[in-house]
Design a protein around this ligand. Structure first.
Ligand code: GLN
Ligand code: MG
Ligand code: MG
Ligand code: MG
Length: 466
């Protein structure tokens, strides 16, 4: 907020807090928070019990007692509150780790990798919209919207941004939320230790933002995602705006993705070696190991979708024409493919990675990163060849050509993705217990069924006169 000073200093210990917000995610990925007195935690008073039956996807009402254990390495001062900290927490049931805790699943994934001398390096790119007012109306049915972006505080802001898909790297003053974005990046770095490396206006009109932070392991990259969303929502709200992480908030314009950059490294002596890098490969300096990893992602891509693009809204984003993937192919520098191998020149061991583009910010990151690793490593284990790379725009290929090349499509709906996940989940077994997977599928089935019962404004517009 311009002119307002943030209280306190970063890097604080427990003593300075009166209150602590304990954060965790439920199975779907909604952030949950309970606030406890910090002194009770210091004095070891147990105040962290909660009702698991009120959290979607967790326990039954008849056996509902869970507890939270704060992971103090994630303690951060919340600069817009007085003496209040945030701690990401893990969940226990009867004194043991709770198997449906998404963060526990991510921790286990990291451990399983570690036992094989491996480490995943994950860098997500988080895209979202900042809107001024949410109007629940049919103002602009041709855009399929329920709300508008035009800012009352910035009259005329609509004019530039009415052009869709043209706002990539737009500077201020046309970027109306630049100040807010700087503030967000600053608070993330200074108070929450999320090392934001790049942030910019994205392609979609008025207020689409991207935030990229430095790669981390499965748990820390996931913690980073839930932190970015929490901080972004709060700072945005303090400016009187709303942050929207829905994959496709507006028709006719780019949606919000959460591309996942990933590489697998192997311990060698005191350091690590990038298993994805092979300088002798003339195409993209990509190793055979990385090709098998890609093979696994493509092989399981349709099932994976139910976890990385897990909402009804996700499938409105995965359509041609908006830099979101539709086809399960890979290629160097290709933004119409599901997997792009970033290629900015040769000699790039440190940064050699792949970019998996189907995920969006409605995914639970702990589960999504785990599932991506599971699929990729299954490809490595089974030596699944990914086929030839495709260096052309897949959106504009003819149906016949796609058929000839055997190109598979991502699912077209959440229900289709869930069908796939139900029949292809063997690869997840070592990482996600089957009882958890079943609970997840049931939860998502219910969500898909429920939303299907609601006619959208666009349906009314289309069918009113029929
Ligand atoms: N917003 C696009 C998506 O939905 C990505 C655009 C980009 O990062 N170049 O995936
Ligand atoms: Mg980017
Ligand atoms: Mg982007
Ligand atoms: Mg990207």
């Amino acid at each position: 907020i311009p002119g307002e000073r943030m209280s306190g200093t970063p890097g604080s210990d427990l003593d300075k807090f009166k209150w602590l917000e304990l954060h965790y995610t439920d199975l779907a990925g909604y952030l949950r928070s309970v606030t406890i007195a910090a002194e009770d935690l210091r004095d070891n008073v147990d105040v962290t019990g909660f009702d698991g039956s009120s959290v979607e996807g967790f326990t039954d009402i008849s056996d509902s007692d869970l507890t939270l254990r704060p992971d103090l390495s994630t303690l951060a001062e919340i600069p817009w509150l007085e003496a209040t900290g945030r701690v990401i927490s893990t969940i226990y049931k009867n004194g043991a780790r709770y198997e449906r805790d998404p963060r526990y699943i991510a921790e286990r994934t990291e451990k399983l990798l570690g036992e094989q001398g491996l480490e995943a390096r994950i860098g997500p790119e988080i895209e979202f919209h900042i809107v001024d007012k949410l109007y629940l109306s049919v103002d602009q049915p041709q855009r399929g919207l329920c709300y508008r972006i035009v800012s009352s505080e910035h009259p005329g802001s609509g004019s530039y941004f009415e052009k869709t898909k043209k706002a990539y790297h737009t500077p201020a003053p046309f970027d109306k939320v630049y100040g807010l974005r700087l503030e967000l990046a600053e608070v993330l770095r200074k108070y929450f230790r999320v090392h934001v490396e790049v942030h910019h206006h994205e392609v979609a009109s008025g207020g689409q933002i991207e935030i990229d932070f430095r790669y981390g392991g499965v748990v820390s990259a996931s913690d980073g995602v839930i932190t970015v969303k929490y901080v972004a929502r709060n700072i945005t709200a303090r400016h009187g705006y709303t942050a929207i992480f829905m994959p496709k908030p507006f028709a006719g314009d780019n949606g919000n993705g959460m591309h996942v950059h990933i590489s697998i490294w192997e311990r060698r002596g005191n350091g690590f070696r990038n298993l994805f890098y092979d300088p002798s490969d003339g195409y993209a300096e990509l190793s055979q190991y990385a090709r098998y990893f890609i093979g696994g992602l493509l092989e399981h891509g349709r099932a994976l979708a139910a976890i990385v693009a897990p909402t009804v809204n996700s499938y409105r984003r995965l359509i041609p024409g908006y830099e979101a993937p539709v086809y399960l192919v890979w290629g160097r520098s290709n933004r119409s493919a599901a997997i792009r191998v970033p290629f900015y020149g040769r000699g790039a061991e440190k940064s050699k990675r792949i970019e998996f583009r189907p995920p969006d910010p409605s995914a639970n990151p702990y589960l999504a990163f785990t599932a991506i690793i599971a699929a990729g490593l299954d490809g490595v284990r089974k030596k699944i060849e990914p086929g030839d790379p495709i260096d052309r725009n897949v959106y504009t290929m003819s149906e016949a050509e796609k058929k000839r090349l055997g190109i598979k499509e991502l699912p077209r709906s959440l229900e289709e993705a869930l069908d796939e996940l139900e029949s292809d989940n063997e690869f997840l077994r070592p990482y996600i217990p089957s009882s958890v997977l079943e609970a997840y599928i049931e939860l998502k089935r219910r969500e898909a069924r429920e939303l299907k019962g609601y006619p959208s404004p666009m349906e009314i517009y289309t069918y009113l006169s029929l």
